[in-house]
Write a protein that binds this ligand. Structure first.
Ligand code: 1CP
Length: 367
């Protein structure tokens, strides 16, 4: 009941605004840095806290989410942003689907969607406050406990990525079941994507009302779409989400930067840079200079060191970071990995990555 004492008002004053300034393309003393999956199994304290607890039960406990979020930026590394501990699959759960985290296998839907008729099994009108209020409580509690040290990022899965999980029933290499829907049932696919978009918009606005200071939309499965399918089944919904969230926020005088991360979706980079997001997140397969050229200074960029570079010795990590910073430049740039941290990564090397970003970017700024 800890969160009863915390309301989404009177949050502590923000002390480090480098991340928010970089989102808006403003000058910063150093390049801000955070890592996708920064709260994760590579940390012994994370494994200890999570041991024996069900993953989605943990997601439903605001106190546990707060603890797991704070383990990283507050206690381990000087990251410039925190991301709330949760998962993208809480949305399909809120829409009435059962999702379990199976050890050694990852998230699993015992009854995935098979045919268009199965859409009737989903909740037609999701009460987002009721179904996902636990995430909002976690955000409010965490923002208070962060004590203004760094901003708090909220997030969601994008419609296509969530649709892919709901049909595949879990992770997949081909996504052939979900893509079968795109080619065989385009109307039903659009119906599902629209249903997801509606829930996502309310969910993101709820996260901001609860205290999220930036929002990231994960289109983790952009890479299995080609440019044509991306144009039809991903991009319009990504745009819709940003436009609707921003329109609503503008009405209440709020300005919350939004980040879109379409993994392996380079073919869509130009379009993504004109889709109402302040920041485009990049995976490691894009060269920093070419990403800058192709986005034409319209957005800030985030990324994109190969996560596996963290297996290199610290000196090599430092060299790779320096090159990455020279490629992106230090303005309108947020350093990150090109995807999440893996469980076997050495926390010390994560620390070396953060330090290299701060040190090299301060030097480059002085030049
Ligand atoms: O028991 C555990 O701790 C399992 C590992 C784990 C963690 C730490 C999962 C299972 N989810 C999470 C938390 C999580 N998930 C965060 C927390 C904040 C942080 O980054 O520190 C975030 C942002 C996510 C988002 C998420 N979940 C994505 C989008 C990002 C990405 O990786 O592309 C995706 C695709 C998921 C699904 C998911 N959840 C977990 C796993 C192993 C997967 C991937 C399954 C698969 O596709 O094979």
């Amino acid at each position: 009941m800890i969160f009863c004492f915390f309301s989404p008002k009177d949050f502590p004053k923000l002390k480090n605004d480098a991340f928010l300034r970089a989102c808006h393309g403003q000058e910063t003393n150093h390049v801000p840095v955070w890592c996708m999956r920064q709260a994760g199994r590579y940390l012994p304290e994370f494994r200890e806290f999570r041991a024996g607890k069900d993953f989605f039960e943990t997601c439903r406990s605001p106190a546990a989410c707060c603890e797991l979020t704070l383990q990283v930026p507050l206690r381990r590394f000087p990251f410039d942003a925190a991301i709330i501990f949760s998962d993208i699959l809480v949305i399909p759960q809120a829409m009435g689907m059962d999702v379990q985290m199976v050890a050694g296998k990852g998230p699993t839907f015992p009854e995935p969607l098979k045919e268009p008729e199965d859409l009737l099994l989903l909740q037609p009108k999701v009460d987002v406050n009721k179904e996902l209020g636990y995430v909002f409580k976690a955000i409010t509690l965490t923002r208070h406990k962060l004590d203004g040290k760094v901003p708090l990022i909220g997030f969601t899965g994008a419609p296509w990525t969530l649709m892919a999980y709901m049909i595949e029933g879990g992770g997949s290499t081909t996504h052939s079941k979900a893509k079968r829907w795109l080619y065989r049932h385009p109307e039903a696919s659009h119906k599902l994507l629209k249903m997801l978009t509606d829930v996502i918009v309310v969910y993101l606005l709820g996260q901001v009302a609860a205290g999220a200071q930036a929002l990231q939309v994960f289109e983790s499965h952009a890479g299995c779409l080609g440019p044509v399918e991306f144009q039809e089944f991903s991009l319009p919904y990504l745009r819709d989400i940003a436009r609707k969230v921003k329109d609503q926020l503008k009405e209440s005088g709020q300005d919350v930067p939004m980040i879109v991360f379409a993994k392996d979706g380079h073919y869509g980079l130009e379009d993504l840079s004109q889709s109402h997001y302040e920041v485009v997140g990049l995976d490691w397969t894009i060269d920093p200079r070419s990403a800058r050229e192709r986005t034409g200074g319209k957005v800030s960029l985030q990324g994109n060191m190969d996560p596996c570079a963290l297996y290199a010795p610290k000196e090599r990590i430092s060299e790779i970071v320096k090159k990455m910073l020279e490629g992106f430049g230090t303005r309108g740039y947020i350093a990150n990995l090109g995807h999440g941290l893996y469980p076997d990564m050495d926390p010390e090397n994560v620390g070396a990555f953060v330090e290299a970003v701060h040190t090299h970017s301060r030097h480059l700024n002085l030049k």
